[in-house]
Design a protein around this ligand. Structure first.
Ligand code: F6P
Length: 341
């Protein structure tokens, strides 16, 4: 079998672990040939690829990013890929294509699968917002990084009697804010799923200082927004890929809290630090399992599907299911963290 693999969309710790796993299972387990397309679907369309053998993936398990490079592609070019699927499959003599990516990539993968290309998708995103899988790799790493950052910020906040407003990633789903906020013991958590009232945060900080505490940490998802009429805040524009640009809630909230409290508040925007560097052990294992199962699915001819974690087992689910709905934080998970909302 000749298998093509690509990584598309925003990168994520664990991508290299999937690539390595696919190559090991395919080459050693089945005697297959694997080629890697460079910079996502762009490599597939423009003919940029390279052979991947065991040596090519040596030493990459713990490496962040993706050795293949990644990119976001305009919808028009993705449609071009779907229209040319027959020609592309023939050009590269592909028996299977394994695209690894988030919602945009899996939508593209579905277009290609619907057009008749033999596709097995692998989900990735640090946001953990793909509904068909219990977890995506990269999420555990992002939560670990954000938790460590807040642990560190607490000591400097306390020395200076400050409020730290820590902005983490998560445009429409607040999983990183919820779990890192809980793990770090943040005193306030703001999620995109539930508009917040800055007045509640002011009250919380004042109560803490009244009790003799000398600092507070608020963890805010980049997509969180204040409830109508509680604070001036303008939402961002839409970028060329259809994603909303965010207007900097971390900065805005820190200045609002500083003004209302008369205490120093500092914004800390964690940004891409959450996506860079080595994946945690959990993410390496999940990514490796996804890669192994994607190859097995290709050998069974189980196309038009993607790997998914269901409980502790890896399942193959229709790509259509994967992109049908965004997995946001449900009410019951918010209740568990309520004391810090
Ligand atoms: O989807 C993953 C993600 O890391 C989001 O959490 C974040 O909003 C976005 O990508 C950032 O994208 P970019 O790398 O294009 O700035």
């Amino acid at each position: 079998m000749r298998i093509g693999i690509l990584t598309a969309g925003g990168d994520c710790p664990g991508l290299n672990a999937v690539i390595r796993s696919v190559v090991h299972r395919a080459v050693v387990g089945h005697g297959d040939e694997v080629i890697g397309f460079e910079d996502g679907f762009r490599g597939l369309l423009d003919g940029h690829y390279r052979p991947l053998d065991i040596d090519a993936v040596s030493g990459i398990l713990a490496r962040g990013g993706t050795i293949l490079g990644s990119s976001r592609l305009e919808r028009s070019r993705l449609r071009e890929a779907a229209e040319k699927r027959g020609e592309l499959a023939r050009r590269y003599e592909l028996d299977a294509l394994i695209p690894i990516g988030g919602e945009g990539t899996l939508t593209a993968a579905r277009m290609l699968a619907d057009a008749g290309m033999p596709v097995v998708g692998v989900p990735k995103t640090i946001d953990n917002d793909i509904s068909a899988t219990d977890r995506t790799f990269g999420f555990d790493t992002a939560v670990t990084v954000a938790t460590e950052a807040m642990d560190r910020l607490k000591t400097t906040a306390e020395s200076h009697q400050r409020v730290m407003v820590v902005e983490v990633m998560g445009r429409h789903a607040g999983w990183i804010a919820l779990e890192s906020g809980m793990a770090a013991g943040a005193h306030g958590i703001c999620l995109p799923e539930r508009p917040f009232d800055p007045g509640d945060l002011v009250k919380m900080v004042e109560e803490r200082f009244d009790r003799g505490k000398r600092f507070a940490v608020v963890c805010v998802a980049e997509g969180a927004h204040p409830a109508d009429g509680t604070m001036d805040y303008k939402k961002g524009e839409i970028d060329p890929f259809g994603h909303e640009r965010f207007a900097g809630i971390g900065n805005r909230l820190a200045s609002e809290l500083e003004r209302r409290l008369g205490k120093e508040a500092r914004p800390v925007i964690l940004g891409h630090i959450q996506r860079g560097g080595t994946p945690t052990a959990y993410d390496r294992v999940l990514a490796t399992r996804f890669g192994w199962h994607a190859v097995e699915a290709a050998h069974r001819g189980d196309f038009g599907r993607m790997t998914a974690l269901r409980g502790t087992q890896i399942a193959l689910v229709p790509l259509a299911e994967a992109v049908a709905r965004l997995k946001t934080v449900p009410e019951d998970r918010m209740h568990e963290a309520e004391s810090v909302f």
